[in-house]
Write a protein that binds this ligand. Structure first.
Ligand SMILES: Cc1cc2nc3c(=O)[nH]c(=O)nc-3n(C[C@H](O)[C@H](O)[C@H](O)COP(=O)(O)OP(=O)(O)OC[C@H]3O[C@@H](n4cnc5c(N)ncnc54)[C@H](O)[C@@H]3O)c2cc1C
Length: 408
């Protein structure tokens, strides 16, 4: 008699939770164990910025009930960290002393923020923005703050700058590079974002970074930059990128680079181990390169695809990723591949400054690989998004049509 297959999923973000749900559908008799080191069931990470702006109440963030796991017979262990994986014995060990066997293992552990490492960075009021607990901490800090500095040129640094401003603080946004998302936007896109941010009262500082933090009674009070400028800061919000979470894997057996390396089926080099979501550095057949995604939709798709394959299927990840965010009172969408993923892309851009206010302005930059459109970034006017996604999906050579695509 063959035994019911045992699956262990590490991480209950959207990738891990979707995988557990899909495993139950595709392998009804299996045993599923789902671990997370956070104390919560799945919540909506994408809705953390609205929560910080008090537009979404915390209880509305939760996407699954306790009954959801019970009804699907998913053994769910919150506040439980997987500390090591034994591939020979096929077990995971946790910080609560559990040893749980698996036939197939999914790593869906996402990332944690890179820490600010300058003197004073361990002071109270120095905040990160990745988890619900981070958000609760920020909500507390904002209550007694008048000024904030957001550090970094990433999406998270933007979300922090915008939320601080929405909560009425005086905000400085300190970016080490020449502009926001300096590999995705060219100087015209950077100028547009700069103008929008300044029109919302954000003080923009480029090509400078924190040297040390001043503190008062153990709490941050100012950021002093390498350029020797001083910025008042009752809160410092850090958006310095992520450290992906895979320390618990045996590195001599499972290949890791920045993330956990997989093929297009989300299989690692070690046969029973799969990876999905932010932590997966997966192989893109079209671009012939590995990269990590970092978007909610990709993590959902990864979770589903990995689970189908763990249960015996053979599906590839083929998807045009898309990340849409507010940009103060404008909007931005990044579609497909950008130089963050593949540096050798050719690009063209167009900026439209018509209209009396920055929120009416628009920007489009298109990325090409071997004559095919592979990615785009849009600010303001979004009407061409679906058509551009279709051109990317078609994989046809369009370099000669690039001027028309800019004004599509
Ligand atoms: C503030 C914010 C705003 C965002 N906005 C957008 C947006 O507008 N659009 C968009 O597309 N994307 C956005 N993202 C990104 C998106 O949320 C992520 O891409 C997505 O949530 C990743 O899901 P995941 O399941 O791969 O990982 P995660 O959601 O990070 O889940 C991984 C889980 O695994 C746990 N874990 C880690 N190590 C262990 C261990 N050893 N043992 C047990 N558990 C472990 C972690 O604590 C975590 O709970 C945003 C992210 C943040 C933080």
């Amino acid at each position: 008699m063959s035994h019911a297959r045992q699956y262990v999923v590490i991480g209950n973000g959207i990738a891990g939770t979707t995988a557990a749900e899909t495993l139950r559908k595709n392998d009804p008799d299996c045993k599923i164990t789902l671990f997370t080191d956070e104390p919560y069931r799945l919540y909506n990470r994408v809705a953390l910025p609205p929560a910080l702006k008090l537009k979404t109440p915390i209880p509305k963030l939760f996407m699954k009930t306790v009954e959801f796991h019970q009804e699907r017979d998913i053994c769910f262990f919150p506040s439980t960290r997987v500390t090591s994986v034994d591939l020979v014995g096929r077990t995971v060990l946790t910080d609560r002393g559990q040893e749980v066997p698996f036939d197939r293992l999914l790593v869906a552990t996402g990332g944690m923020p890179n820490p600010l490492t300058v003197p004073g960075a361990d002071a109270a009021g120095v905040c990160y923005f990745q988890t619900l607990d981070d958000t609760k901490g920020l909500l507390e800090e904002i209550l007694r703050a008048r000024s904030a500095v957001s550090i970094g040129g990433s999406y998270i640094a933007y979300e922090l700058a915008e939320a601080f401003r929405a909560r009425g603080l005086h905000v400085t946004w300190l970016i080490r590079g020449p502009r926001f998302l300096h590999r995705v936007l060219d100087e015209h896109g950077g100028l547009l974002v700069d103008t929008i941010a300044r029109s919302h009262g954000v003080e923009m500082v480029y090509e400078d970074s924190a040297d040390h933090l001043e503190t008062r009674d153990g709490h941050v009070s100012a950021v002093v930059s390498k350029g020797n400028r001083r910025f008042e800061a009752d809160i410092v919000g850090c958006g310095l990128g992520l450290r992906l979470q895979h320390d618990f894997l045996p590195k001599d057996e499972v290949q890791v680079a920045y993330g956990v390396v997989t093929n297009q089926f989300l299989e690692t080099n070690a046969e029973p181990v799969y990876a999905a979501g932010d932590v997966a550095e997966f192989y893109d057949v079209d671009l012939n390169t590995h990269y990590t995604m970092g978007t909610w939709a990709s993590a959902t798709l990864h979770g589903r695809t990995a689970a189908i394959n763990m249960a015996g299927g053979h599906q590839q990840v083929t998807e045009v990723r898309s990340y849409t965010t507010t940009l103060f009172d404008s909007r931005m969408t990044v579609i497909g591949a950008t130089p963050e993923i593949q540096v050798e892309l050719e690009s063209v851009s167009h900026t439209d400054f018509r209209g009396s206010s920055p929120k009416e302005w628009s920007y489009r930059r298109l990325f090409f690989f071997e004559g095919r459109l592979v990615g785009a970034v849009l600010i303001g006017d979004m009407h061409a998004k679906v058509d551009l996604v279709n051109v990317i999906r078609s994989k046809r050579p369009v370099w000669e049509d690039r001027a028309a695509l800019l004004t599509l």
